[in-house]
Every structure is written in structure tokens, then in C-alpha cells.
Design a protein around this ligand. Structure first.
Ligand code: XMP
Length: 327
């Protein structure tokens, strides 16, 4: 049976050799646990679920059924990357669900941040449950639970975000192959499993995705402005060699407009807010000292390339007093 608690003397997985040893042990454990049954996994493309998917594909191949729900709030290129890496390269059994219209229709006109979060979380479970009910022979649910999730739920800091949530008729036994690992160890294991760096060293991304960065009631045009400006910011940070150095960076689009000039004409358009922060644990954060010339270049690109945007602002606020996300 799998080890459920991190042994106190467990060596931190920091090298490819230690990762390979862990992978071999997990493959044997997974095979012993699931036998010939099918295992279901919600594959978001985040680090933890991606590493779990790659491990299970190695252990049980097509007995793993991955479900990738595109809720329309992912970053540019993310659904395509999940399909490329898992379906095309690893030949996984992957169900891709285009639920974009469903989510955006439910969110239409909803401006309260907590209500938006609840709708996104609830709809995700509904879509996932619908897919699960279509399948036969599934006895297990795989989850990317990691050791800090266990510690935080034990200490009442946060509800165990992975476990639970599914309706009563869907009762599965859990497969949690990275539950005794810390985040840095999950990345080392992911690298050893051959996942691309862009997936393994991803910056944190909230579950409700771009939904917390498209402020107020989400509209398709403003959501596109968040997605496109975020892609430009990420590209420019990568070119400036900042991508691996800054902890988290993204863009926000508020739900108000201001006056500007484009092509000699007055225009009422949205601003884009840039956020780039450093932190150890996200409880406090400092603002990255981004070179002014780079900020100017990003401003120039966003105002020229992103539809409906006429200004770019840089958020200089540390946490506290600001949180990292704007919501
Ligand atoms: P705040 O805005 O509270 O964010 O300073 C702290 C960190 O948490 C991330 N965040 C989330 N991560 N699910 C997640 O996995 C969520 O719902 C969520 N909301 C915020 C945020 O991006 C930042 O890194």
C-alpha cells in the first residue's frame, strides 16, 4: 500500500537519481493499489496534476483517464499545451472538455468576487462529474495532493482543496502519488519524468484562473484583454531573463475605462495593471524592481497589440497592504 505520511527521516528529493528512485517506488505502489481498474484524474496542466498524470501514465498507461476542463479562464496556450504534452507526446487517454461557453454564460453579470469563485468551483465539479458518469469501470480518483496541503488542512489553515466536492453517487478511492512531497520535490520528479520546463517551473496560478484578474462582471472582450496582455508580459519577462527570477507576475483588467488618444482620436478604453511580486510563502510580498525601459516596452506593446486598452499601470503596492491578486 502507498505511504500516506511523510517519514520523518525522508531525504529531500533534490537530484535526478533520487527522483528516479521515488518514481520506481511509486510505479510499483500504484500498480499494486489499482490493479486492473481505471483511474480518473482532473488534469488542469498545473504542476501537481501534471506530475501525477505523467507518473500514472508510466505506471498504468491507458487505465488512466485524464479529463481536462477548459473553463475559458486559462492562460494563452495552456489547453493546447496540455493536449500536446499528454495526448500527442505521452499518448494519454485524455478527454478534452470545451466548457468555455458554459462557464462564461454562468458568470455573465456576476461582479461579486466570492460569488464568481463559487460559480467557477461549482461548475467545475459539475462538468467533471458529468464526464465521470459517462465512464465505466472507474474505481479510483487520482489527485495532486502534496504534503503542505495535508499539513495546512490538519492545522485548519485551509480546507483540503482536492478531496471532496464530488456528488454522493461518485465515490472513488484516492490515488495520491505525490502526497508526501514538498513542491520543490514535485518539480524535480516532474523534470525526471520528462515534462517540459514551462510546465514544471510554472508560476503559481489560482484555481479560478483569469476570472480573478478580470475584475467585476467578466466579459469576453475584457477577458481576452487579460489573456493577451498576460501573454505579452510573460514573453517580455522571458526575453529579459526575469521569468525564472520573479515569483509571480501577471496582468489585471479592471471594469472601468478612461479617456485616451489613438490615431489622433479620443478613445474610451480599459487600463491594464501589471503586477510582479516576490515572496517566500505568499503571506507577504515585495514588488519587483522592474527596469523602467522594460516597463516602457511592455506598455508600448500592450497599448498597440491588445484591443480595447489605452493605458498601462504598474502596481507598486507590497503585501500588505495589497494582496497579490486584485480579485
Ligand atoms: P493573495 O491574493 O491572497 O494571493 O495575496 C496569495 C497567492 O495565492 C494565489 N491564489 C490562489 N491559489 N487557488 C490557488 O491555488 C486559488 O483559488 C487562489 N487564489 C489566490 C495567488 O495567485 C497568490 O500566489
Amino acid at each position: 500500500m502507498p505511504v500516506l505520511t511523510r517519514p520523518e527521516n525522508m531525504e529531500r528529493i533534490t537530484t535526478p537519481a533520487l527522483a528516479e528512485k521515488f518514481i520506481a517506488e511509486q510505479i510499483a505502489d500504484i500498480r499494486a493499489q489499482v490493479g486492473g481498474s481505471k483511474v480518473l484524474l482532473a488534469l488542469s496542466g498545473g504542476v501537481d496534476s501534471s506530475v501525477v498524470a505523467a507518473l500514472l501514465i508510466k505506471a498504468i498507461g491507458k487505465q488512466l483517464v485524464c479529463v481536462h476542463v477548459n473553463h475559458g479562464l486559462l492562460r494563452k496556450g495552456e489547453p493546447e499545451q496540455v493536449i500536446r504534452v499528454f495526448k500527442d507526446e505521452m499518448d494519454a487517454n485524455l478527454i478534452y472538455v470545451d466548457a468555455v461557453d458554459r462557464f462564461l454564460d454562468k458568470l455573465a453579470g456576476v461582479s461579486d468576487p466570492e460569488t464568481k469563485r463559487k460559480i467557477i468551483g461549482g461548475e467545475f465539479i459539475e462538468v467533471f462529474a458529468e464526464e465521470a458518469r459517462k465512464l465505466e469501470g472507474v474505481t479510483f480518483l487520482a489527485q495532486g495532493t502534496i504534503w503542505p496541503d495535508i499539513l495546512e488542512s490538519e492545522h485548519g489553515i485551509k480546507a483540503h482543496h482536492n478531496a471532496g466536492g464530488l456528488p454522493e453517487d461518485l465515490k472513488f478511492d484516492l490515488v495520491e502519488p505525490v502526497r508526501i512531497l514538498f513542491k520543490d520535490e514535485v518539480r524535480v520528479v516532474g523534470k525526471a519524468l520528462g515534462l517540459p520546463d514551462g510546465m514544471v517551473y510554472r508560476q503559481p496560478f489560482p484555481g479560478p484562473g483569469l476570472g480573478v484578474r478580470c475584475l467585476g462582471a467578466i466579459t469576453r472582450d475584457r477577458l481576452e484583454a487579460v489573456r493577451e496582455s498576460d501573454a505579452i508580459l510573460r514573453e517580455e519577462f522571458a526575453n529579459a531573463d526575469l521569468a525564472g527570477k520573479v515569483w509571480q507576475y501577471f496582468t489585471i483588467v479592471p471594469d472601468f475605462k478612461s479617456v485616451g488618444i489613438k490615431d489622433g482620436r479620443r478613445c474610451d478604453e480599459w487600463p491594464v495593471i501589471l503586477r510582479a511580486v516576490n515572496t517566500r510563502d505568499a503571506m507577504t510580498a515585495t514588488v519587483e524592481d522592474v527596469p523602467f525601459a522594460l516597463l516602457q516596452r511592455i506598455t508600448d506593446r500592450i497599448t498597440r497589440e491588445v484591443k480595447g486598452v489605452n493605458r498601462v499601470l504598474y502596481d507598486l503596492t507590497p503585501k500588505p497592504t495589497g494582496t497579490i491578486e486584485w480579485e
